[in-house]
Design a protein around this ligand. Structure first.
Ligand SMILES: Cc1cc2nc3c(=O)[nH]c(=O)nc-3n(C[C@H](O)[C@H](O)[C@H](O)COP(=O)(O)O)c2cc1C
Length: 305
């Protein structure tokens, strides 16, 4: 059989395969590079970067939950300047597509970040995080304010010709309305989902297990929710979707593509099995061979309903 074509397009962004590493789970690529071959992966999404460095929340910042984890990192990151000086040189050497994820506390900060990073050739697109549940300002407020999501998309669009992906929050009941606004304001794609708000308490100390009290739930526990959100967007809005949430193996990935995702990101699994991305690529190839699919893009939104 001929080589399977694993390439996919997300708007104008062409990826060699649909496997992307999710923001916040591989640092700036360097943290996972010892354990996997980054050049084989479709795209790497950076940890959210803000204009100035952020320390994030005080520990305890993560805890394990049934089939998942809660995190309240609070967008700890090195800031735009340090990212350009010390992180981009490493990423430049890797033959993968670099997507820069941006978080901000104001619309102006999003714009300023994009203006500064826009000139970096290594960055092939932006993922705009409007949906982090772990910061007091910005994140969650934007993610649940449809007008703000529209304005951010419009303003960022005006500053860059690079592809813009808006990362949506699952913590609302009408995610497809948000995707519609992103499309209307010129966004190229949406990614769904960011984490769900959750908490966990120690029954003896009666205290929350994470200092921030609430955190973002990720991992297999959220996969059915994420699939339902991707399906909702896919049925209602004609925009490329990047599926995220609880993908641990190639079967999970196929499910997301059938439901409507053009590509997908893997997050929590990177902590459990840093080679998961490569195993998923191999699994996808075998699945295509077994089912006589020559182009993986034929799977996108191929659901029978
Ligand atoms: C420890 C941790 C840190 C994260 N940091 C970010 C972040 O900085 N920006 C962002 O957009 N998403 C962040 N996320 C969310 C992931 O990118 C992803 O949307 C979410 O974890 C769901 O995917 P998963 O179930 O495969 O982990 C983080 C997730 C985890 C577990």
């Amino acid at each position: 059989m001929n080589e399977i074509d694993l390439s996919v397009n997300i708007g104008s962004l062409k990826l060699k395969n649909p496997v992307m590493l999710a923001s916040g789970t591989v640092g700036y690529g360097n943290e996972i590079s010892e354990f996997t071959d980054l050049s084989k992966i479709g795209a790497i999404v950076t940890k959210s970067i803000s204009l100035k460095p952020r320390k994030g929340n005080p520990p305890q910042r993560i805890t394990e939950t049934p089939s998942g984890m809660l995190n309240a990192i609070g967008l700890a990151n090195v800031g735009v300047e340090e990212f350009i000086t010390h992180k981009i040189p490493f990423l430049k050497k890797i033959n993968s597509t670099l997507i820069c994820n941006i978080a901000a506390s104001s619309i102006e900060e999003y714009i300023e970040c994009v203006e500064i990073l826009e000139t970096q050739e290594t960055i092939k697109g932006f993922e705009i995080n409007v949906s982090c549940p772990n910061v007091k300002e910005g994140g969650l407020i934007f993610g649940n304010d449809i007008n703000a999501v529209g304005r951010i998309t419009e303003k960022v669009r005006a500053k860059t010709n690079k592809p813009i992906i808006i990362k949506l929050s699952p913590n609302n009941s009408n995610i497809s309305d948000y995707a519609e606004v992103v499309k209307k304001e010129g966004g190229d794609a949406v990614s769904a989902i960011n984490t769900l708000v959750g908490t966990a308490f120690d029954i003896y100390s009666r205290k929350p297990k994470i200092k921030n009290i609430t955190g973002g739930l990720s991992g297999p526990a959220i996969k059915p929710v994420a699939l339902a959100k991707v399906l909702e967007i896919s049925r209602k809005v004609d925009i490329p979707i990047i599926g995220i949430g609880g993908i641990f193996d190639w079967k999970d990935a196929v499910e997301f593509m059938i439901v409507g995702a053009s590509a997908f990101q893997i997050g929590t699994v990177n902590f459990v099995n840093p080679r998961a991305s490569l195993e998923i690529i191999e699994g996808l190839k075998k699945y295509c061979e077994e089912t006589s699919i020559t182009k993986i893009s034929d799977l996108i939104a191929s659901r029978i309903i």
